[in-house]
Design a protein around this ligand. Structure first.
Ligand SMILES: C[S@@+](CC[C@H](N)C(=O)[O-])C[C@H]1O[C@@H](n2cnc3c(N)ncnc32)[C@H](O)[C@@H]1O
Length: 317
């Protein structure tokens, strides 16, 4: 498959905002090259020493590369992307050279390009995500290692929406639960659920690339060996009653998921939704509350919100 790469040369402080703009515009993945990563990585807490000479990396500023399926009609979405990026200085973010380039790339190029920038990510005391090609030892007996090769699928653990979802899972899981992971991407939330004590986990994604990646990652983590991965549109046709449903998907898609989530969460069970920006928060909350969910906790990282909801134990609906 061929992809269209939209490459924005910018300033380090704008990378996250631009990555978010790209994902909202429908990018399937985003890679970032940031000169600051070199500085940060040299003093990395995992103790790896970087030889700047051998490191093919930009020396200042940053580049955000977003990958759209070649079927995306870019002339339609590019003006909005440029407009949103141009507005960032109004929010106090410098955008540097603000150069936008477009290239066609083969799948294999961007599937592997980001690997050199991907390091272990410490999510919490209990969870660390480690790239499969990195040798890493747990620092204490509580630390669970989640091995991951996200490949083309979303979910390296570094994106705020994934982190919020992982923190929410840590808050709600006690052990023994049935979990449905909707939009599993790399499978990161399913594998984490097993590490956090879930008994049964079912992972769904619409994208075949994600289904394959999730299955491969499940296979990398013996504890997650019994996670059931399958292709599915949200929870359509699913009949498994769950203690916890987690979905890290954009707000527009979460709105579609709500009726099935309500149908499948057991009374007293939890729904975790993540991937929500400020502009969409009220609309999503309103729809969730209207169907009967109670808001338990709202988490935020960067500009992204995650919501933990409870289906009341006495279900009158
Ligand atoms: C933001 S990624 C989240 C990946 C991972 N769960 C995480 O937290 O990092 C959203 C995922 O939802 C999937 N997705 C989008 N629409 C979907 C749908 N209608 N049904 C199932 N999966 C969907 C995408 O393919 C993508 O893998």
């Amino acid at each position: 498959m061929k992809w269209t790469e939209v490459k924005v040369t910018t300033a380090s402080e704008a990378v996250e905002a631009i990555a978010n703009i790209m994902m909202e515009a429908g990018a399937s993945g985003v890679a970032i090259e940031d000169a600051l990563d070199v500085t940060n990585f040299v003093s990395d807490k995992f103790g790896e020493i970087l030889d700047d000479e051998d490191f093919d990396h930009i020396k200042e500023g940053a580049i955000v590369m977003a990958y759209f399926p070649e079927t995306t009609f870019l002339p339609e979405i590019l003006p909005t992307i440029k407009q949103k990026v141009n507005q960032l200085p109004e929010f106090g973010l410098a955008i540097g050279a603000n150069l936008v380039e477009i290239h066609e790339v083969a799948e294999t190029d961007w599937a592997t390009a980001w690997k050199k920038y991907y390091h272990p990510v410490s999510i919490s005391r209990y969870l660390t995500i480690v790239p499969n090609w990195v040798d890493y030892q747990a620092k204490n007996e509580d630390e669970k290692i989640l091995k991951l090769d996200p490949g083309m699928a979303f979910g390296t653990g570094t994106h705020p929406t994934t982190m919020v979802s992982l923190h929410a899972l840590e808050i709600v899981l006690r052990g023994g639960e049935t979990v449905l992971d909707v939009g599993t991407g790399s499978g990161v939330l399913s594998i984490a659920s097993k590490h956090l004590g879930a008994k049964e986990v079912y992972a769904y994604d619409l994208d075949d690339v994600a289904v394959t990646a999730a299955q491969e990652n499940v296979d990398l983590n013996p504890i997650a060996g019994d996670v059931q991965v399958s292709a599915n549109d949200l929870l359509t046709g699913v009949e498994i009653q769950a203690d916890v449903i987690v979905a890290n998907i954009l707000a527009e898609i979460i709105l579609r998921l709500i009726p099935d989530a309500w149908r499948l969460v057991k009374p007293g069970g939890k729904l975790i939704v993540s991937g929500i920006i400020e502009d969409k928060k009220a609309e999503v909350l309103e729809a969730l509350v209207a169907i009967g969910f109670e808001i338990t906790e709202i988490l935020q990282q960067a500009d992204w919100f995650g919501i933990i909801l409870t289906k009341p134990a006495s279900d009158q609906k």
